[in-house]
Design a binder for this molecule. Structure first.
Ligand code: FE2
Length: 335
């Protein structure tokens, strides 16, 4: 009898184990992530089901699904979107000693509703030989008329720009930020169009001399199937601007556990795994991002771009100032 009970307990446990899963809503669109999810499945036996879409669509979906949402984890590529998900009450506070010990307070939500997984900096990319390296200094300095007709930057409806503006507001206030934005608009080589890589390509081809872009796009262009991207990126170099009283603007991709997560324990395990040494090494090696875990090195290519000091502003502030940032862009006429 005891034997029989023990056997059925094993059968039950293994069937539970086999059916255990975690449902991930992700905005990240990188091959690295597929590898990471597979690693997690092999390690834990927990199946990872992924729904991929833009963060705004995923957030809308979670809102309409409400308490019946199958989502366990939301992954986005910008702090502003994580903040938005939190403000819409779509995430829950989690208790993870590992995450609070290993992810610095400036890189996680103050209520532990989301955690950064990778860092990226938003930098100036200039054409070699344009003489811009001696002119570039701070983000504030991009407003200087010496950059007239030189700046290539994407539209203000992009969240990366909104977060940069949110940081500018945090450093100097809205009025200063508005004047700065107006001056940058006046310095643009062309009206905003295209993504970060488009700006880098334009600068490489002599349209303007300074592009604003996220660092990892440079890595992606270096190792690209498309020869025109590989050729363009040979003609440019990264400059790490900083804020006058801070460091280089960084943004994060991160994850939070959904408020109604049906597999909450698996969700926490999954986020902890993404912040583990092995996952962080893969993030750093394969996607040209900066790891958030201390002691994990950046890839050789990323390290070759040089060192910088992270800005002092907490990532929480980027979300808090998002609305104000959008307003400033509108007032400044930054398309
Ligand atoms: Fe991106």
């Amino acid at each position: 009898m005891i034997k029989k009970l023990a056997l059925s307990a094993i059968v039950l446990a293994s069937s539970l184990y086999a059916s255990s899963e975690v449902n991930v809503y992700s905005h990240r669109h990188y091959d690295t992530d597929k590898k990471l999810f597979k690693m997690f499945e092999e390690k834990t036996g927990i199946k990872v089901n992924v729904v991929k879409a833009k963060a705004s669509a995923l957030i809308k979906r979670m809102e309409s699904e409400g308490a019946k949402s199958p989502a366990d984890v939301l992954i986005t590529v910008d702090a502003g979107r994580l903040y938005q998900a939190k403000s819409k009450d779509l995430l829950q506070s989690i208790n993870s000693n590992y995450l609070t010990t290993n992810i610095p307070a400036t890189l996680r939500d103050k209520d532990n509703k989301w955690f950064a997984l990778t860092k990226r900096s938003r930098v100036a990319v200039y054409r070699i030989g344009s003489g811009m390296d001696s002119k570039l200094s701070t983000y504030e300095g991009l407003a200087d008329p010496k950059f007239k007709g030189q700046i290539m930057v994407r539209s203000s409806n992009n969240i990366y720009n909104q977060s940069l503006m949110a940081a500018m507001i945090a450093h100097h206030g809205k009025e200063y930020a508005l004047n700065w934005a107006k001056a940058v608009v006046a310095n643009m080589a062309k009206a905003p169009k295209g993504n970060d890589r488009y700006q880098v390509k334009a600068v490489a081809n002599g349209i303007g001399s300074v592009a604003i872009a996220n660092t990892y796009y440079i890595g992606k262009m270096v190792h690209n199937k498309d020869a025109s991207q590989r050729e363009s990126v040979k003609k440019v170099k990264i400059f790490f601007p900083k804020f006058e009283n801070g460091g280089t603007h960084i943004n994060v991709s991160g994850a939070g556990v959904a408020k109604y997560a049906p597999n909450k324990d698996n969700a926490i395990k999954f986020v902890e795994f993404l912040a583990s040494k092995e996952a962080q090494e893969l993030f750093a090696q394969a996607n040209y991002e900066y790891p958030v875990l201390a002691g994990v090195k950046s890839s050789e290519l990323v390290s070759s771009w040089g060192q910088f000091k992270d800005d002092t502003i907490s990532i929480n502030t980027l979300g808090e100032n998002n609305k104000a940032a959008v307003k400033v862009f509108d007032q400044a006429g930054w398309k």
